[in-house]
Design a protein around this ligand. Sequence first.
Ligand SMILES: [Fe+2]
Length: 275
Amino acid sequence: MSNNKVGLGLRREIALEICDIEDSRPDFLELAPENWIEVGGYWRSILSRVAEKYSFTAHGLSLSIGSTDPFNFEFLKKIKDFLDEYNIDIYSEHLSFSTCDNAHLYESLPVPFTGDAVKHISERIRTIQDFMERPLVLENITYYTVLEAELSEAQFFNKIAEESKCKVLLDVNNIFVNSQNHNYDPRKFIEEIALENVNYVHIGGHEATEDGLILDTHGQKIIQPVYELFNEVIRELPDSVPVMLERDVNFEDFNDLKEDMSEIRTILDSSSVNV
Ligand SMILES: [Fe+2]
């Protein structure tokens, strides 16, 4: 049996179901602190109920680590207090920018894979890690346009992790989606990225459009090629690394989520047998 924990995203649509679930329970839940920090009343009481049964990881939405905008430390203090209140060690974010001139763009947009961006982002990561008093865990995002690049995406991650001592959230579905949209071998990314920096994994579903573009929707069941990629990468990682199933929409059939979690566990168990 594998020791890897398998988690699920805490969404309001499934919060009550998650509280009452008897079999195939997730081992932990991931939440976006921004969605909960200033919530009171009914939803705060639901969060308290969920917290009695599960531990949490955090996946932030608004840090905009790749931006040139100054950080909002007043807001970040609220996030830090939330992480402390719920004993959350893993604070992950996207390696992207989502603000410009202090306007929120509500998208995770790609940063150029350049040496200047490595320096700029590493400095900002160090500031955040000092403030948050925990490592920042940065995720590889999906992107639909490629900006100026001096480095490959994996090299870019490696240099940032080296300079800032941040950790990496490896999203296996995002590797697959980008490889299809930008026509490269996803295994090359895995071979190139320094896996010793990875302390958290995401996996999820996506949507293929008729014109061939793949959208990172987190709304469908995981497809076999993504499981195969996951199977390959998880064998290279220690079993202390938690794995989170992402689902943001389409919650009509909770059995879909249970089936995906079950398949993830099957792969984890088979990988631990072969270690
Ligand atoms: Fe993700």
